[in-house]
Design a protein around this ligand. Structure first.
Ligand code: CMX
Length: 474
């Protein structure tokens, strides 16, 4: 198997930026006309810096709206106070990645078939490239990136030992976040920083760490999966001719499910970025702003993702749907579903998978996953997938009548876990870990942007109620 990766020895030595460049050009030998990801990112640096300098000089004093007390006590909803390059979320039309909607991304970004693998869905590698560079990669560039990730994917022995020492009863997300933080043992950013690297060069080892981390997340996840659920082999077997998700699906023991492999490619690609204000993205950005290395920053993001109002919701949705079936049977009537929705709401619980802090229409990610289900006979006929679809019709009127949530429509989590379950991946405590593999391809590119643009440490102003009252009383 031919590896295109940057030579490990060069990287392990936490090379100076010049060496990163040299290593990267060695990686580009195979496809003479094909850029490495590092070169593609380096290309955009001058223009991005110029763009920010222009915004600073022309608009620093322009207002983006007033800050109301309701913003301060209401979770900062709607406050425009963070720069985020990869994606923008519109309340009605949903997410766009560097201006491309999910359907446009599905049309434009290289798929598994484009790099000679079975499957039709977007490769997360393609999405990563788009998020980092703003450009659609060629098939060759994606193939090269896929091979580079495969070459970086194995875990160091000390990390395996750390993961193996966790009790099986520890939630997989806690294990995931702790293992990711421990990977900072080999952080090239931390090493370069302690050597005194210049601020303008921070982005380079940040990029190296980010790519290393994205490459290793499947191995961390599959080791946890093996230890907790006893499936897969825990050995992180990686074949460089397979893409990231195909390798991962093999690692967790589902490599013979072509449907699940393709579903996971789509799932990981479209869960990657959802602009900057969501908890996992924001936490990564916030912690990274203190110049914590990408491992520490992303570990913080994962801790946020593990919350039930955020990434844990996909696990909650499945639990809720199974409870519903357990109570009223496999083929509930519409009335039984509506009654169960009311029962949930009246008991003071939220209906998981519904509502959103920004979106005010059905989540296009939910729509994309639903469309995937429509193309697959094995899913179309599955009772839990059918229940998801019926809920998406029946829940919004109930939530509207309930009158609390500003968005009564399904979000991505309404479907994501249930499809995994249908494919036999029924270890639902693992679902948020899958989301965590994905969110890295959005949150880490922003960390590269943060450092490319020299963004400062984040430090908003807080007020006590006493201080707040003094201001508003005047
Ligand atoms: N079921 C019942 N009540 C809901 C609700 C739901 N699905 N969604 C919101 N509400 C309630 C809120 O709890 C809030 O009630 P209180 O005023 O009593 O506190 C009220 O409606 C207003 O909330 P909102 O402004 O519409 O929503 P928020 O921005 O505060 O919260 C979210 C957004 C996603 C946390 C919320 O809709 C929710 O809890 N949904 C269920 C969990 C879920 O699916 N999370 C996944 C989101 C996607 C992701 O991040 O991965």
């Amino acid at each position: 198997m031919l590896s295109l990766t940057i030579p490990r020895a060069a990287l392990r030595s936490a090379a100076a930026p010049r060496q990163f460049a040299a290593a990267a050009s060695a990686a580009s030998v195979r496809f003479a006309s094909t850029k490495t990801l590092r070169d593609a990112v380096a290309e955009i640096v001058p223009a991005k810096r110029e763009e920010l300098a222009e915004i600073k000089s022309k608009y620093s004093e322009s207002s983006l709206g007033e800050v109301k007390v309701s913003n301060l006590i209401g979770g900062m909803r709607g406050l425009k106070c963070m720069l985020w390059e990869g994606s923008v979320l519109d309340a009605d039309s949903g997410i766009t990645f560097h201006g491309r909607s999910i359907p446009q991304s599905q049309q434009e970004l290289p798929t598994a078939a484009d790099i000679g693998r079975p499957g039709k869905e977007i490769l997360p590698e393609s999405m990563l490239w788009l998020l980092l560079t703003g450009k659609v990669p060629t098939k060759e560039e994606v193939k090269q990136l896929s091979e580079d990730l495969a070459a970086r994917g194995k875990l160091p022995g000390h990390i395996e030992k750390i993961i193996d020492s966790f009790p099986k009863t520890l939630h997989p997300m806690t294990q995931f976040s702790a293992a990711v933080a421990s990977l900072n043992h080999d952080s090239k950013f931390a090493e370069a920083y302690s050597r005194g690297i210049k601020k303008t060069e921070y982005w380079e080892p940040t990029l190296e760490d980010s790519i290393d981390l994205i490459a290793k997340l499947p191995a961390v996840a599959s080791r946890i999966f093996f230890n907790v659920f006893g499936k897969g082999d825990g050995n992180q077997t990686i074949d460089s001719s397979k893409d990231l998700i195909e390798n991962f699906t093999h690692q967790i023991g589902y490599g013979d499910s072509e449907g699940l492999i393709d579903y996971l490619r789509l799932y990981i690609a479209i869960h990657g970025d959802h602009e900057g204000g969501n908890v996992s993205a924001h936490a990564t950005h916030l912690v990274g702003s203190a110049l914590s290395d990408p491992y520490l920053a992303y570990s913080a993001g994962l801790n946020g993702l593990a919350g039930p109002l955020h990434g844990l919701a996909n696990q909650e949705v499945l639990g809720w749907a199974l409870e519903l079936r357990g109570e009223v049977g496999e083929r509930p009537t519409d009335q039984e579903i509506q009654d169960y929705l009311w029962k949930t709401l009246k008991s003071g619980r939220v209906v998981p998978g519904y509502g959103h802090a920004v979106l005010r229409q059905p989540d296009p990610r939910f729509t994309a996953l639903s469309k995937f289900c429509e193309t697959r006979p094995e899913l179309r006929e599955d009772s839990i997938v059918q229940l998801v679809q019926r809920l998406s019709q029946l829940a919004p009127p109930v939530l509207k009548e309930h009158g609390k949530t500003k968005n009564p429509y399904p979000n991505v989590d309404a479907a994501s876990g249930c499809v995994l379950y249908s494919y036999g991946l029924d270890q639902f405590k693992f679902y948020t870990v899958l989301f965590g593999i994905s969110r890295a391809i959005g949150a880490l590119p922003q960390l590269v942007y943060d450092r490319m643009l020299g963004l400062p440490i984040e430090r908003p102003k807080s007020l006590s109620m006493e201080a707040l009252k003094k201001i508003v009383a005047n």
